[in-house]
Write a protein that binds this ligand. Structure first.
Ligand code: ADP
Ligand code: 5GP
Length: 210
């Protein structure tokens, strides 16, 4: 088995389908660990504490920052969102492929700290479909949807900084494409240090002429 799991950061416009894709991926395959973020935003209908998010007050969130408990954090449409450190580090060490579903600033901050992390950007096929999905989800007011669409337009300028771009047109295809991508990343040399060392050791016999 690989030493460490792979850290994959998934971003995309609000309403692109990230949450739906992550949920499917985790339910179809065993080796994923989905990080649960902390946030100051209010829970949506049906969102459970510790499953969708750890819901925090501003004071609680700011003390997590002060105690250095977050890998990264960002403000998104006036609310804090951040990635708790402990779960991510423990899961990677246990060989799990860790998924972070976070916005663009956070993703770029993760890449600074974890240069081997894979940055994946998920986009709907076009802008009209994005608006349809956000309206269809029905979880935000018209005003909040407008704010999210404005933010999406800004985020689209940073898509080019990502390693991979996936189009979420047909959900099932996008889930499988993401899974294949992450599995393929296991063959990168940076993920195969144990194997490299074993083969190098093994090859020494030929230097000695055995
Ligand atoms: P995000 O987590 O990126 O904000 P969601 O996962 O909440 O987005 O998806 C937004 C809405 O779009 C949801 O109502 C979801 O059911 C729907 N959706 C997700 N993927 C697709 C898809 N491939 N085709 C059509 N609708 C989708
Ligand atoms: P939502 O309110 O729709 O759940 O999330 C809003 C945005 O915050 C999404 O783009 C989501 O990916 C992002 N987000 C969720 N958790 C985190 C996090 O821990 N850190 C950062 N930087 N962004 C996050």
């Amino acid at each position: 088995m690989d030493q460490q799991g792979i850290l994959t950061v998934v971003s995309g416009f609000s309403g692109a389908g990230k949450g739906t894709i992550m949920e499917e991926l985790v339910s179809r395959y065993d080796n994923y660990a989905l990080s649960v973020s902390a946030t100051t935003r209010a829970p949506r209908e049906g969102e459970k504490e510790g499953k969708a998010y750890y819901f925090k007050t501003r004071e609680e969130f700011e003390s997590m920052i002060a105690r250095d408990e977050l890998i990264e954090y960002a403000q998104y449409v006036d609310q804090y969102y951040g990635t708790p450190k402990e779960y991510v580090l423990a899961s990677l060490a246990a060989g799990k492929d860790v998924l972070l579903e976070i916005e663009v600033q956070g993703a770029l901050a993760v890449k600074e700290k974890f240069p081997d992390a894979a940055l994946v950007f998920i986009t709907p096929p076009d802008a009209a479909e994005l608006k349809r999905r956000l309206l269809g989800r029905g979880t935000e007011s018209a005003e909040k949807i407008e704010a999210r669409l404005r933010r999406a337009a800004q985020e689209s300028r940073l898509m080019g900084n990502y390693d991979y771009i996936l189009v979420n047109d047909k959900l099932d295809e996008c889930v499988e494409e993401l899974h294949r991508l992450i599995q393929a990343l296991h063959t990168r040399a940076c993920c195969r240090q144990d194997l490299i060392k074993r083969i190098q050791e093994d090859m020494k016999q030929f230097e000695k002429g055995e």
